[in-house]
Design a protein around this ligand. Structure first.
Ligand code: NDP
Length: 410
């Protein structure tokens, strides 16, 4: 029996709140806080109607440590689940550290003034969390999150040695818009306009951003035969879990992250980039400063609003190559999630669902003592088994293909 404070009432926050409400034996009280409180009221009404539970709501500006501290002191949660935006990670972590409350998030910190994302800032808070005997769990969505846990599970149960990891992320859904992003537009666009990077044979290899067009070069783009959704073109990107997997899965020769994009999505992005709409440095407009990317984000559909008409499925998984008992071994661990089923269950699309369910399960792991270390931790550092069991139980069942059944990759 524990109290949870969820910060962020967007697409993911809505799923986290609904899923926590479905597990009253762990989350006995729930408070949902957001910058715009109206969004919290709408989610609270949906939870009341669908699940018959009442949750508390609050207004907070999570960019301000003092406001988050005040809210934590007032509500006294056992854990804070941060599903606001990456720019708020450090302030919410600082508030959790100050008040001695567990912290969990789904995306790494991004500085506002440059398109860069990695764990260095949050890992830098490790000594503080250790000193306070507190724990922060980083990256507990799907990717990062479940993908890291699939790697930990494979290391524990399937391989003696893992040599190569390819994380493959496919959204084969259709939301009906010519261009929309499945999660916060600013975060999503910053992710794909920056140069890519992967680890190969002991060194980092830099590659151009996919919007540059050179992404079509064979080694940065290939077709992968995803189970259930079929063959899709996917592109090599930098993603933060490469960094933590490199730290926590030993003996790796290669780690890459791939994501599928439709041609129309990439064409739109290229145009936005070419006309300067993806810039994150302020420009002067009619006597005031605006940030073009923020302006573009304001024009795009709210990711949560895509849910109603979304059809199709996602397939996200981890392909591994290595050795077992002296023999070469391949494995592919994956989940398939259906947009329409997610909407029916909690009123959300599958990208929000596949992120929100793991965040709820991670918080459950912490509150029930299944995961208990001090310091700032990534999810693959914990026991994967109870988490993997809960994925099957709470809506994200997984499948393992072995050896000859594993889809090919170059
Ligand atoms: P949304 O844009 O739908 O929601 C973000 C929410 O954060 C909004 O409700 C917004 O409120 C709120 N917010 C923004 N600034 C503040 C602030 N200063 N104080 C309080 N609340 C604030 O995004 P998503 O729900 O799609 O994504 C949420 C998080 O999940 C992001 O960090 C994203 O990167 C991450 N994510 C992780 C994935 C994974 O697999 N690991 C996959 C997808 C997303 P308001 O509208 O009032 O500004």
């Amino acid at each position: 029996m524990a109290k949870v404070l969820i910060i962020g009432a967007g697409g993911v926050g809505s799923v986290v709140a609904h899923k926590c409400a479905q597990v009253p034996e762990v989350f006995s009280e729930i408070c949902l806080a957001n910058k715009t409180i109206k969004k919290c009221f709408e989610i609270a009404t949906s939870i009341e109607t669908r699940i018959g539970r009442t949750i508390k709501v609050a207004e907070v500006d999570a960019m301000r440590v003092d406001e988050v501290v005040r809210l934590i002191k007032k509500y006294e949660p056992d854990i804070v689940i941060n599903v606001a935006l990456p720019g708020q990670d450090l302030t919410i972590m600082a508030a959790c550290s100050e008040t001695g409350v567990f912290y969990l998030d789904t995306a790494n910190y991004e500085p506002p003034n440059r398109a860069e994302f990695c764990y260095k800032w949050q890992w830098g808070m490790n000594p503080l969390f250790k000193y306070k005997s507190n724990m922060a769990v980083l990256g507990c969505g799907f990717d990062p999150g479940v993908t890291n846990i699939f790697c930990a599970y494979a290391q524990e149960h399937l391989f003696d040695k893992i040599l190569k990891i390819d994380i493959v992320d496919c959204n084969a859904g259709d939301h009906g818009y010519p261009f929309a992003t499945n999660f916060d537009p600013e975060t999503n666009i910053r992710e794909v306009i920056q140069p890519g990077k992967y680890f190969c044979k002991g060194k980092w290899v830099m590659i151009p951003p996919i919007v540059n067009g050179e992404g079509n070069r064979k080694s940065f783009c290939q077709t992968f035969d995803f189970p259930v959704v079929g063959p899709k073109k996917m592109y090599l990107l930098w993603h933060e879990e490469i960094q933590s997997i490199m730290e926590n899965i030993h003996g790796l020769e290669q780690v890459r992250f791939w994501m599928t994009f439709g041609d129309e999505y990439l064409t739109h992005l290229r145009v936005f980039q070419n006309v300067g709409l993806t810039k994150i440095k302020p420009v002067e407009f009619e006597g005031r400063e605006i940030i073009p990317l923020k302006f573009l984000s304001a024009l795009l559909p709210d990711p949560a609003s895509l849910a109603k008409n979304y059809t199709g499925k996602t397939c996200i998984g981890v392909r591994l190559e290595g050795e077992k008992d002296g023999q070469p071994k391949n494995a592919f661990i994956f989940n398939v999630c259906d947009h329409e089923q997610c909407f029916e269950e909690v009123g959300s699309q599958a990208i929000s669902y596949t992120t929100g369910v793991p965040a709820m399960i991670g918080a459950k792991m912490v509150l029930t003592g299944e995961w208990g270390e001090i310091g700032v931790r990534n999810v693959e550092e914990f026991n994967p088994d109870p988490f993997m069991e809960d994925l099957n139980k709470y809506g994200l069942p997984w499948t393992i293909y072995l050896d000859k059944d594993v889809p090919k990759i170059e």
